[in-house]
Design a binder for this molecule. Sequence first.
Ligand code: ACM
Ligand code: ZN
Length: 473
Amino acid sequence: MPEHTASILIPAPVKMTPRPGKHQVRNLTSFSVSPEFNTVVPELQRLFKALAMPVESVSGAADIELKKGPLPSGAWQIKITPEKITIEAGERTGAGYAANALAQMLFAATAKGHPEDALDCAEIEDAPRYPWRGFMLDSARQFQDKDFIKKFLRTLSAFRINSFHWHLVDSQGWRYPSKIAAKLGPEGSWSFGQYSREDLQEISQCARELGIRIIPEVDVPGHSSFLLEHYPEYTCDPAGKCNEFCLGKTGSMKMIQELLAELMAIFPDSPIIHIGGDEANSAHWEKCPDCNAALKAKNLSNMRELENDFMVELAHFVLSKGRTPMIWGPGIEQVYPPETVIQSWLNFRDNLRFHKHGNKVIHSVHTSLYFDYPASLNEYWESWMMELSEQGVYMTDPYCMWYEELKNTILGLEACLWTETAPQHRIMSKLFPRIFAYAESAWSSEENKNWNDYLRRKGKLEATGYLDFIRDI
Ligand code: ACM
Ligand code: ZN
C-alpha cells in the first residue's frame, strides 16, 4: 500500500492526522487566497506551473482556499477532505510555508508511478520551533549575479528560511555602490561584480514577496582591506597595508557611521543591520600613536577593550536609527547594548557569556552550520575547514547544551556559506542536500525529528523529482 501522501513533508510538521478518503488531484482547477496573502499568488502559480497542473487563481469559493486564521507567526494548517483543501495561516509567511508544503504533497501524489493521482485526506498543523531561521551568503569573496540571488531566495523560502543575511563586503570586494565610498567599484580580488541600486531594489522586492527579511552586513573594523586600500587615511599606517580601520582616528568612526546610514537607506525594510566585528588583528593598533592616544583618553587597558568600545558606539548608532545591531560573537566576553544580537559562530560559549547582559544569540556554530565546509572530504576544501555531513547538520540542536535560562537566549539558527572555495556555480552543490537537514533542524521540534524517517521522506521527495524542481526554482 502506498504511504500516506502527507507523510513525506520536510521539515516534519508538528502534527499530521490522517483522515479517511482521498482528494482527486485531477479535479483541482482553482485556488483563492484572502487579500492579506496576495503575494502568495505568484508563488502558488509557480508551483502549479512546475507541477503542470492547470490550477487558476480565482476569488471566493475555490478547490483550494487559503484563509487568514488566528494562528501565531509562521504557523499554518492544511485540511484535506475529498471535497476541498483548506489552508489557514496567521500571516503571510505561514501562508507561503503552507503553499510549499502543499506542493511537496502534490509532488508525492502525482509522481510517476503513483497509482492514484490523489492526496490522502489529512489535517496537518504546523508551527516553527525557532522564530529565526537564517542563511548567510558571502557575496564579497565571490560575486553572484542578481538572478542567482533571487533563485537563492526562492530556494530558501521553499525551506521556510526567513532571514537572508547578506555578507556584502570583505577584504576581497565591495558589492554595492556607495556614495560614501565612491572609489569602490566592481573589481574584486577574486571575482568581479557589484549590484546596482536597481538590482538591490529588485532583490529586496523579491525577498519581501517571499516573506524573507534581508540582514545586510558591513563588516568592520577588520576584514576591510578592500576599502582601506582605496581609503588608506582610515588605517593606522597609511603607507602600509591594513585589514583593520584605525580605532583612534576620528575619521574612521565618522566614515563607518556614514556607510551604515547609507546601508540602512538602501535596505529600508531591514530591521536588523549586521556590523561585523569579525576577526580583527590588533597588531597595527598596538603600534599606532592614534590608537594608543584613544586608549589613554578612554582610560582603557588594552586594544581589545578599545575595539569593544568602538563596536559599542556603532551598535548605539544603529539603535539610534531605529534598527537592531547584530555582531559576530567575539573571542572574549564583551558588553554590548542588550538589544544587540550575537551571532555565535566559534563555539557554544556565547550563550553563557551574553545571557547575563540581556543579549539574544543566533546559533551559527561553524562545526554544525558552515555550508562551505565539505559534505565529504572527497570535495575540495581548505585547511581551516572540517567535514560537515548532512547528518551533522541534522543533529544540530543548540537546546541540547543548555538549561532553561540559557535556552531562552537562543533566537534560532543561521547557516553560513562563505565563498572562498565556492564560486557561483558551486553554491547549489554546497546547499543540496544539506539544506533539507538544515530546514528540519531550524523548523521541527525535537520530538518530530528522526534521522531515519528524514532519510525516508527525503528519498521519496527525490524520487518525485522535487529536488530538481527546487534546484531550478
Ligand atoms: C567567521 O567565520 N569568521 C565569522
Ligand atoms: Zn590606529
